[in-house]
Design a protein around this ligand. Structure first.
Ligand code: SF4
Length: 246
């Protein structure tokens, strides 16, 4: 996302408090490997989820978010075959929602892959009046239990509009703080990872601590640097997404 900020604001200084704060989806899709993959399917239209590197964006025809992915895929003429990257779980869910079969890059989010199916079922047994709500980056097996599936913004909207009082939340647990702020009288249960570990918290996002943010603002480092060619190529599919989402 820091790279995306630089792509859309190339003349501004973009800082990231910790250069190691990446994303497993981006790590799962190295741009050289991706190039070989898309070269095998030259007639395919390439749609990439925004959680990918600038190098992958630069090789894509269209960028999407989890909010608009289904609508954008539906806008591509049916006769045009599609490659979807880098999240296979989101891609599989988009396939079901849109009715379009796509070639999926086999990446995944370390957080959304980690939730324990057993823990979800136990929580549901303990709270039978709760609803299970999930981000589409979750695995198919977890999505099948979900009463509502949507992007972070859609999940936040849903818990405000739903008449239910308890929710089992299948996404990065940082969102639960915002949910409690918006609906303090409702209860939100986070789901542990397999073996009860707390690896459902994104290890990448957690690297950006408030102390590092302060230091970054004081020193104006580390700065996100991208070459002009990558920026010029990567901005096109982002602008197209914005245009098609109007
Ligand atoms: S939760 Fe972390 S690893 Fe998963 S998509 Fe978000 S930033 Fe990437």
């Amino acid at each position: 996302m820091a790279e995306t900020a630089k792509i859309i604001s190339p003349n501004k200084k973009v800082l990231i408090p910790d250069m190691e704060a990446g994303c497993s989806l981006a790590d799962d899709c190295p741009e050289d490997e991706f190039k070989k993959f898309i070269n095998k399917y030259p007639d395919h239209y390439v749609i990439s989820y925004i959680n990918c590197t600038a190098g992958v964006k630069a090789q894509s025809d269209l960028i999407c978010t989890s909010s608009n992915a289904v609508d954008l895929v539906k806008k591509i003429p049916k006769e045009i075959p599609i490659i979807f990257s880098p999240d296979k779980n989101l891609g599989r869910w988009v396939e079901k929602q849109s009715g379009r079969k796509m070639k999926l890059w086999p990446g995944s989010c370390v957080v959304h892959e980690t939730f324990s199916e057993e823990a979800v079922l136990k929580l549901k047994l303990m709270h039978p009046d709760s609803e299970i709500i999930a981000h589409p980056e979750c695995t198919e097996v977890l999505l099948q239990y979900s009463d509502f599936i949507g992007s972070t913004s859609k999940l936040l909207k849903y818990i405000q509009e739903s008449s239910m009082k308890e929710f089992i939340v299948l996404t990065e647990p940082g969102i639960i703080y915002q949910m409690k702020l918006k609906q303090p009288h409702k209860q939100f249960f986070e789901v542990p990872g397999v073996d009860g570990c707390s690896c459902n918290a994104c290890p990448h996002m957690r690297l950006n601590t408030i102390q590092k943010v302060i230091k970054s603002l004081e020193t104006l480092e580390p700065e996100v640097i991208l070459d002009k060619d990558t920026i010029d190529k990567a901005i096109k599919p982002i602008n197209l997404m914005l245009e098609l989402s109007k």
